[in-house]
Design a binder for this molecule. Structure first.
Ligand SMILES: [Zn+2]
Length: 372
């Protein structure tokens, strides 16, 4: 059976000087295979991933794997504990204001220098460990910069170090009020159908600071540069990374967690990670967009909003998707205004609160979507 170990590593310290830790669970199979890294709750209010990891651990206790898997639940011990009244303010590092999922390391010039330094032609298998070592050193030197780094970046870089060795990286998130959706790098389109997630966003090789990008942008760019320098060889990106958004924040649901754990296992099974499993993806409708067609609808005015469309619902252009109550105009015809769908769309998520300022991200939607 799989070899199991668990440790707690320190990733931050609070004002009292206490170390703050995250648990790291590892399962190692007897046969070689892919290395997998999964974390949850880098945004402190997005807690469902912890239930998914719980179900994965239940599975891994009794089902043999090939390769190994590292699981880091509740990977942000600061963000999880910042509450204001009933709510978790888990999205931003409260000290510097940085989004907790935007401080990972990526540096294209490091990759350029690395490829320039290669003289003889090596195989990708030979290049992988050398490149990983380069990234490891780069992250170490970021962490040890004499001028220091911000809280979010410090946490992110330590988590990225744990994920560096992995062939598959999965970052578990939730939307505000959302339906399931997944971010997939454009080169890994084929993998999208193995998760049980009906809404798929294909992302380009563009780094905005998130863990999935920090993982695949390195490998994608490396392979692009290798293809230019050594065109005789066929280069394929050897690493896949995904952000899974599994419904709404601030709630957990064990049954849904089991369903999403099964989806992840179905994908891992497709990658040869499970020794004797017949787990297959569910037969569901899947819709995909390129990132440019994942649109934000902002409120034009402030007010109190009735959301007329549930996440996952398909809407035609011109349909009313929200009613806005203006308490300054209650006695006249301006009391209620309507927001109309600007295009044919699928609602993926909406803002969690009924009271909104102007310029709030009310809805995020798929337009120009295609069915898989
Ligand atoms: Zn998130």
């Amino acid at each position: 059976m799989n070899q199991f170990s668990k440790e707690h590593i320190s990733v931050a310290s609070n004002a009292s000087g206490r170390k703050m830790h995250v648990p790291v669970y590892r399962f190692k199979g007897q046969a070689p295979g892919p290395k997998v890294y999964i974390q949850s709750s880098i945004h402190g209010a997005e807690v469902q991933g912890n239930v998914v990891i719980y179900h994965l651990i239940e599975f891994l206790k009794v089902n043999p794997i090939r390769g190994e898997i590292v699981l880091v639940p509740n990977c942000n011990p600061v963000g999880t504990n910042i509450k204001s009244g009933e709510y978790t303010l888990g999205r931003f590092d409260p000290v510097n204001g940085q989004n907790w999922n935007r401080g990972y390391y990526y540096d294209e010039s490091m990759i350029t220098e690395f490829v320039d330094s290669l003289t003889g032609e090596l195989s990708l298998e030979e290049i992988k460990p050398i490149f990983k070592e380069k990234m490891k050193q780069a992250i170490e030197s970021e962490l040890n910069k004499p001028w220091g780094i911000g809280l979010a970046s410090r946490l992110n870089l330590q988590l990225q170090s744990l994920a560096l060795d992995a062939d598959i990286v999965i970052d578990l998130h939730n939307g505000p009020v959302a339906t399931r959706h997944i971010y997939v790098p454009e080169y890994a389109k084929e993998s999208a159908r193995y998760f049980n997630i009906p809404h798929i966003i294909y992302i380009p090789n563009q780094f905005s600071g998130a863990l999935d990008e920090a993982t695949f942008c390195h490998w994608w760019t490396l392979v692009d540069k290798l293809s230019v320098k050594f065109p005789a060889q066929l280069w394929e990106t050897p690493v896949e990374a995904f952000t899974l958004e599994m419904g709404s924040q601030e709630v957990i649901d064990f049954e849904s967690g089991q369903y999403d754990a099964n989806g992840i296992l179905s994908y891992l099974n497709h990658k040869g990670f499970l020794v004797e499993s017949d787990i297959e993806p569910d037969n569901i409708n899947r819709y995909s967009v390129f990132l440019k067609d994942y649109k934000i609808l902002y409120s034009q005015d402030g007010g109190i909003v009735e959301y007329k469309v549930k996440p996952g619902q398909h809407v035609n252009k011109g349909e009313v998707i929200a009613n806005v109550l203006n308490v300054d105009e209650l006695e006249n015809e301006n009391a209620v205004s309507h927001i109309y769908a600007p295009d044919d769309l699928i609602v993926i998520l909406h803002f969690p609160s009924a009271s909104v300022l102007c310029g709030t991200q009310l809805y995020k939607c798929f337009v120009n979507y295609t069915k898989l």
